[in-house]
Design a protein around this ligand. Structure first.
Ligand code: UDP
Ligand code: MG
Length: 318
C-alpha cells in the first residue's frame, strides 16, 4: 500500500448568515476532502475550519451539527460579527498552529473548490503562497463586474500592492501564516498584507461561480467601505497628493501674479483687485502645501504605529 501523505491541510471558511449555503457547501467540501485524502494528496488529519462570524441566523447550530456528525470539521465561533477579514484571520491563525498549509475560501462555493488540487500541487513544487485568481466574471452581474474590477484598478492607482482579481481564496504555508501573525494591525486588509510577506508565490486561475444560496454579504456600501479601508490602511498616496496639489496652486499663483500685474499696467482693473487676487492664490497655495507637509508627517506616524515587521528572513546559511 502507498504510504499516507502527511501534509496537513486546513481549509478555512468564514461564515456569516450562511444557513442556506452551508448544507450544500458541506456536501461539496466533504466530498473534496475525502477524495484528496484517498488520493494521498493530504494527510487524514486535515480539517475544514468553519468560522462563524457572529451570524444572526442558524449558522452556528448548523456548524455544531456538522461537527458532531463528521470529525473532519472544526467549528470556531466568534463572539460577535467582526467582518470577513477578521473571521478569516481567526481561522488562519488556528490553522497556523495545527496545519502545514491552509486554504481559505468563501462559504458560498463561489470559489471553485477544484483549485485545491492545483494549489497543493504548486505548494509541493515550492510555492509558499498560491493566489486563486478569477479568470472570468461571466457569471457576475455587469454591475458587480464593473464595481469589483474598478475596485482593483483604483487600489493599484492609489499605491496598494494587490493581485488583480484575487479575493481571499489562497493557499498559505505554515511559514507564511507565521509571518502573517507578525502583522499586528487592527484595520485588516489581507489582500494587501499577504503580497508583502514575500516568498515564492504562484497563481491558479479559476472561474468564479454563482453563489450557491443566500445573498451576498457585500453590498455596494460595504464594498466601498472595504475599498476605502484598503487604501487608507495601505497607502499614504492620498496624503502625498495634497503636497502635489499645493505645489501646483503655488505655481499657478505666480502665473496669476504676472497676469494681474499685466492687467493692472494695461489699466484693466478696479482698484484693489490685483492685491486681492494675488493674496487669494498665494495663501491658498501656501495653505495646501502646509497641509501636505503635515500630511507627510502623519504618513510617517501612521506607518510607525502599524509596527509592521521590517523584514522576514526566509533562510540563513550558517
Ligand atoms: N462573511 C463574513 N463576515 C461578514 C461578511 C461576510 O464572514 O461580515 C463571509 C461570508 O459568509 C462569505 C465570505 O465572507 O463566506 C464572502 O462573503 P460574500 O460571499 O457575501 O461576498 P461576495 O462574494 O458577494 O463578494
Ligand atoms: Mg460570495
Amino acid at each position: 500500500m502507498k504510504q499516507n501523505s502527511n501534509l496537513i491541510l486546513y481549509i478555512v471558511i468564514p461564515c456569516y448568515n450562511e444557513e442556506k449555503a452551508l448544507p450544500l457547501t458541506e456536501k461539496e467540501l466533504t466530498k473534496k476532502m475525502t477524495q484528496l485524502i484517498k488520493e494521498n494528496k493530504i494527510s487524514k488529519d486535515s480539517k475544514i475550519v468553519l468560522v462563524n462570524d457572529g451570524s444572526k441566523d442558524k449558522t452556528w447550530d448548523i456548524i455544531e451539527k456538522i461537527y458532531n456528525r463528521n470529525n473532519i470539521y472544526i467549528g470556531i465561533k466568534l463572539s460577535k460579527n467582526k467582518g470577513h477579514q477578521n473571521a478569516l484571520l481567526a481561522g488562519l491563525m488556528y490553522a497556523k498552529d495545527n496545519a502545514d498549509i491552509s486554504i481559505s475560501m468563501d462559504a458560498d462555493l463561489q470559489d471553485d473548490i477544484n483549485v485545491i488540487d492545483e494549489m497543493i500541487k504548486k505548494y509541493k513544487t515550492g510555492s509558499e503562497i498560491v493566489y486563486g485568481v478569477r479568470s472570468s466574471r461571466r457569471k457576475d452581474s455587469i454591475f458587480k463586474k464593473i464595481t469589483a474590477e474598478g475596485f482593483y484598478k483604483f487600489m493599484s492607482l492609489m499605491g496598494v500592492d494587490i493581485v488583480f482579481n484575487h479575493a481571499d481564496c489562497r493557499l498559505m504555508s505554515k511559514k507564511t501564516l507565521e509571518s502573517l501573525s507578525k502583522y499586528k494591525e487592527v484595520n485588516l486588509f489581507l489582500r494587501g498584507i499577504v503580497p508583502q510577506i514575500g516568498y515564492k508565490t504562484d497563481i491558479v486561475y479559476y472561474e468564479r461561480n454563482e453563489r450557491v444560496a443566500g445573498e451576498s454579504k457585500y453590498p455596494l456600501k460595504k464594498m466601498l467601505n472595504f475599498a476605502i479601508d484598503g487604501i487608507t490602511s495601505f497607502s499614504i498616496k492620498p496624503l502625498k497628493m495634497i503636497t502635489t496639489i499645493g505645489f501646483i496652486i503655488l505655481i499657478l499663483s505666480f502665473l496669476v501674479l504676472i497676469y494681474s500685474i499685466i492687467m493692472k499696467l494695461i489699466g484693466n482693473t478696479v482698484s484693489g483687485w490685483t492685491f486681492i487676487v494675488c493674496s487669494i492664490w498665494l495663501i491658498g497655495g501656501i495653505q495646501t502645501l502646509c497641509l501636505g507637509i503635515i500630511g507627510e508627517y502623519i504618513g510617517k506616524i501612521y506607518n510607525e504605529t502599524k509596527q509592521r515587521p521590517r523584514y522576514i528572513i526566509e533562510k540563513i546559511l550558517d
